[in-house]
Write a protein that binds this ligand. Structure first.
Ligand SMILES: Nc1nc2c(ncn2[C@@H]2O[C@H](COP(=O)(O)OP(=O)(O)OP(=O)(O)O)[C@@H](O)[C@H]2O)c(=O)[nH]1
Ligand SMILES: [Mg+2]
Length: 330
């Protein structure tokens, strides 16, 4: 085996040629916590950025058991059959589970995982939410450079992770289960507001009537939300699907296409991407600054001392912060 002296130079052309093994290695590189790996990953991403390839980035969220894996398998297979290349990534900060949500149930994506035009990457275990965010958004860029047309990012509904996924995708889809009663499953308003579409899954067999009822409940709730100026009439939209029976998936994909086309037309699509890029840049700078603070023992000690002084009421928080910032400039 040859030693990779310059992974960026070695991996970049292979990723651009769509080589999946190179893509997998590059994702491992962006997941690494080592400083030399970070520098290589940054160089690689910089090389690939100029290729300017774009995928449709779709975030998919839903509570455990709602059918995310089953949906990704059916929906992904449908896209692959249309000749599209599909990548699946997971954001799962609560990775106390067996190494992330996708790994454990690759069996549920058996067909998709065998497709040459599909790429499935589980969430790394034991990752912090911030680390997961960076890793995922860089993995998205790598998948785009590798020529994928659609990147699906799966997340289990655990509060913050949805916001993160919404901040790195073009479309945010909420998968819901048929509700028993007439309550809206306690779904948080903030999450409803992020959703571009709500798909009520399991609209098949005995569950179908409940699914259709739930769908109209959500449709009603969505109508009460403020209409977004960037979207056409009827969005955000609630529809019923069955991931298992593979029903409603085509219609849902067409809806996603219509919404995307509309947003491309009115400039929202590019504007949102630009805002996201700026947001991630600022996040990187902020996190880099914090990391620098924490890595310098002298600064850490001073933070500690000033923190105690504030806690004991000897110094006001603002004055202590000003002193800390002044010390940083020296
Ligand atoms: N009837 C019916 N069952 C479904 C459908 N989709 C998924 N299921 C079933 O629901 C259960 C959970 O499905 P998964 O795809 O594993 O759900 P998930 O959201 O990935 O779950 P986690 O990975 O645990 O978060 C399985 O038993 C599926 O067979 C559907 O469209 N109809
Ligand atoms: Mg799953």
């Amino acid at each position: 085996m040859t030693l990779m002296t310059d992974p960026a130079a070695e991996l970049a052309p292979r990723i651009l040629a769509g080589e999946r093994r190179a893509l997998a290695r590059a994702i491992t590189l962006v997941e690494s916590g080592r400083a030399d790996h970070r520098a290589q990953a940054t160089a690689l991403l910089e090389r690939l950025a100029s290729a300017g390839k774009q995928a449709l980035r779709i975030g998919l969220s839903g509570t455990p058991g709602v059918g995310k894996s089953t949906f990704i398998e059916s929906f992904g297979m449908m896209l692959v059959r249309q000749g599209l290349k599909v990548a699946v990534l997971a954001v799962d900060p609560s990775s106390a589970r067996s190494g992330g949500s996708i790994l454990g149930d690759k069996t549920r994506m058996e067909r998709l995982s065998r497709e040459p035009n599909a790429f499935i990457r589980p969430s790394p275990s034991q990752a912090q939410l911030g680390g997961v965010a960076r890793r995922t958004r860089e993995a998205v860029s790598l998948c785009e450079a590798a020529g994928f047309d659609v990147v699906l990012i799966e997340t289990v509904g655990v509060g913050q992770s949805e916001t993160l996924v919404a901040e790195m995708t073009d479309l945010f889809i909420l998968l819901m289960a048929p509700a028993g009663g007439d309550e809206l499953q306690g779904v948080k308003r903030g999450i409803m507001e992020m959703a571009d579409m709500i798909l009520v899954n399991k609209a098949d067999g005995d569950l179908k009537p409940a699914a259709l009822r739930t769908m109209s409940d959500y449709a009603g709730a969505l109508r009460l939300l403020r209409k977004r100026p960037q979207d056409p009439e009827g969005f955000p939209k609630a529809v019923a699907v069955s991931a298992l029976a593979e029903e409603g998936l085509k219609a849902a994909w067409e809806d996603m296409g219509a919404l995307t086309a509309w947003r491309r037309e009115n400039g929202h699509f590019d504007r949102r991407r630009a805002e996201q890029a700026r947001h991630w840049f600022e996040t990187e700078v902020r996190e880099g600054l914090l990391a620098r603070l924490q890595s310098d023992p002298e600064i850490r000690a001073q933070m500690q001392a000033l923190g105690s002084a504030v806690a004991e009421g000897q110094t006001a928080p603002a004055a202590a912060a000003a002193e800390m910032l002044a010390a940083l400039q020296r």
